[in-house]
Design a protein around this ligand. Structure first.
Ligand code: SAM
Length: 316
């Protein structure tokens, strides 16, 4: 039986959302922008024997695991080690102009969270790394050791939506000067001691927000997503669909805004009628967003914070 932790989120719903774009084609192509362990890709490839997938992941260890998991369908999937803001580049290298669908299942995978040594989990002692691509870039510890007080406040406040960002940044600076900051446990302890006792009693582990903030900064998650969505929107052909699952509100806001921009009328705001040829080239497939079912959340806690959005291209 599959480990409950590794069940792909909203699998049936993602397949149902992509299927109209796949079923009408003789040689459909889908991009899985976040391959992970390959759960969504594998199910799609098994369901549609004529489907090809181009899959991206920035994490080489995810690619290794997915390659094994996908062995029975490996001839129909092209796996590329890339960040998803390179979608246009990857497509042009493969000589492909447009695809029938694109799936983004954002954030870290349960596998990355389970690998304690990666430093994503505040509950397990490990070096403060947090890079999804361990072959390049600054680690969380590099950031904690080199950012100024002001930069640390900005990251923790903006990306962690943390009220006590100034106190936490202050204590990070003190700890790094004293040489007592190197592991996830050290950071979790600093955060705990920076938050007034009454505030510690609500909202789960207080380290969660600071860890989220650092992960976003280390991997430049929001900036990358902002650059990737226009490429994905442009990359689907008429009748093609773009499906995105976000697990935190900052990412979901970016998706919501990008979808609103391309599904609204192109007429100037305030006109009581639409100008000729101003109809949008994309339509919302889901009005607003959807969450996972209670049944799914009961077996997969990770699905709890998921927001799913989808659009379809209706005109060139
Ligand atoms: C939630 S998991 C995907 C799980 C996958 N759908 C499955 O069924 O196994 C997200 C994956 O996307 C990758 N990832 C996150 N941000 C990325 C980015 N900007 N570019 C490429 N891959 C990214 C992570 O390394 C991780 O493996």
């Amino acid at each position: 039986m599959q480990d409950a932790l590794h069940i792909p989120v909203a699998l049936d719903r993602c397949i149902a959302l992509l299927s109209p774009a796949i079923e009408s084609k003789t040689n459909p192509i889908i991009i899985d922008a976040t391959l992970g362990m390959g759960g969504h890709s594998k199910a799609l490839l098994i369901k549609y024997p004529n489907l090809k997938i181009i899959a991206l992941d920035r994490d080489l260890s995810a690619i290794e695991v997915a390659t094994t998991n996908l062995s029975e369908v490996i001839d129909r999937i092209e796996i590329v080690h890339a960040v998803y803001d390179e979608i246009s580049e990857v497509l042009s290298k493969l000589g492909i102009d447009e695809v029938d669908g694109i799936l983004f299942d954002l954030g870290v995978s349960s596998m990355q969270l389970d690998q304690a040594e990666r430093g994503f989990a505040y509950s397990q002692e490990a070096p403060l790394d947090m890079r999804m691509d361990q072959s390049s870039g600054l680690s969380a510890l590099d950031i904690l050791n080199t950012y100024s007080y002001g930069e640390l406040v900005r990251v923790i406040r903006n990306f962690g939506e943390e009220k006590f960002a100034t106190k936490i940044a202050d204590n990070i600076i003190k700890a790094r000067e004293a040489g007592t900051l190197s592991t996830t446990k050290d950071l979790a302890e600093i955060v705990k001691n920076s938050i007034p006792a009454p505030a510690r009693r609500t909202g789960g582990n207080p380290a969660k927000r600071t860890f989220q903030a650092l992960r976003i900064e280390v991997n430049q998650e929001l900036a990358v997503l902002e650059r990737a969505l226009p490429q994905a929107i442009q990359g689907i052909r008429v009748g093609g669909r773009l499906v995105v699952m976000a697990y935190q509100s900052l990412e979901d806001k970016i998706v919501k805004k990008a979808f609103a921009q391309v599904t609204g009328s192109n007429s100037p705001l305030g006109l009581p009628f639409d100008l000729p040829n101003s109809a949008a080239s994309y339509k919302l497939v889901i009005n607003g967003s959807e969450g996972a079912s209670n049944q799914e959340i009961a077996i997969n806690a990770r699905a709890q914070s998921m927001r799913l959005r989808a659009i379809e291209r209706v005109a060139a």
